[in-house]
Design a protein around this ligand. Structure first.
Ligand code: FMN
Length: 195
C-alpha cells in the first residue's frame, strides 16, 4: 500500500479529504458503476462559477471503442498508463456566457473548480482520477460531437478503481505516490506580495 502520510503533511488543520486525493496512474480493469459515475459528476455540478454559468461539460466513455479513441489523443507518456483506465473523458469549457453572448474569460477557471470537485468526490468513493493536459484537443470535438465554435477542449481525464503500482511500467512505479506541496507561506500572504 502507498503510504499516504509521508509527502503530504498539512501545515494547518484541514479536512483529510484534501490530503487523501491524489492522481494515480494505475487502475484496475474493472468498470465504474453508473451510480458512481453519476455521483462524481453530480459533485462537479455544485462547483462555483462566474455568473453561475456552469460552463463545464464532462464527456466520457467506458465503452472500449470510444474509450480507446479518447486515449489515442493522449500524449505518448500519458497513453502508456492512462489507456488502461476504465473511463476516459474530456472536459470542455463553454466559450461564451449564455445570458449575453460575451466571451467568458473564466470558463477554464470554473471548469477547473468542477474538475476538482469531481476528483474529491471520486476519491471519497475509493476511485482515482487523473487530469491530463497532455492530450491533443483537436480530435476530441469530433469524437464527442461537440461544436468547437461553442466549446474549448480544456483537459482530458481518466477515472477508475485504483490498481497496484506493480502493474505500471517500471519508470512509473516510483512516481505512483502522492506528491508534496510548496510551503503555505509561499502561496498565501496577508498584505503585499513577498518574493
Ligand atoms: C490541468 C492539469 C493537467 C495535468 N496534466 C497531466 C498530464 O498530462 N500527465 C500527468 O501525468 N499528470 C497530469 N496532471 C496531474 C498533475 O501532475 C498532478 O495533479 C500534480 O502533480 C499534483 O499531484 P496530485 O494530483 O497527485 O496531488 C495534470 C493536472 C492538471 C490539474
Amino acid at each position: 500500500m502507498t503510504d499516504l502520510a509521508s509527502p503530504r503533511q498539512a501545515e494547518a488543520n484541514i479536512d483529510s479529504l484534501f490530503l487523501e486525493r491524489w492522481s494515480p496512474r494505475s487502475y484496475l480493469d474493472q468498470p465504474v458503476s453508473a451510480e458512481d459515475l453519476q455521483t462524481v459528476f453530480e459533485a462537479a455540478r455544485w462547483a462555483p462559477s462566474c455568473y453561475n454559468e456552469q460552463p463545464w461539460l464532462f464527456l466520457y466513455s467506458q465503452e472500449p471503442t470510444l474509450r480507446a479513441k479518447v486515449a489515442a489523443t493522449f500524449a505518448p507518456t500519458n497513453h502508456i498508463w492512462a489507456q488502461h483506465a476504465p473511463v476516459a473523458g474530456v472536459i470542455f469549457g463553454r466559450r461564451r456566457f449564455t445570458h449575453n453572448g460575451k466571451d467568458n474569460a473564466f470558463h477554464a477557471f470554473d471548469a477547473g473548480a468542477a474538475a476538482f470537485a469531481m476528483s474529491l468526490q471520486a476519491n471519497r468513493l475509493g476511485l482515482g482520477t487523473h487530469l491530463l493536459g497532455g492530450f491533443d484537443p483537436e480530435p476530441c470535438y469530433e469524437l464527442f460531437d461537440v461544436p468547437r465554435e461553442d466549446y474549448v477542449a480544456l483537459a482530458a481525464f481518466v477515472l477508475g478503481h485504483r490498481g497496484a503500482p506493480t502493474t505500471l511500467p517500471e519508470e512509473y512505479q516510483a512516481r505512483e505516490q502522492p506528491s508534496a506541496r510548496k510551503e503555505l507561506a509561499s502561496i498565501a500572504m496577508e498584505g503585499r506580495y513577498q518574493a
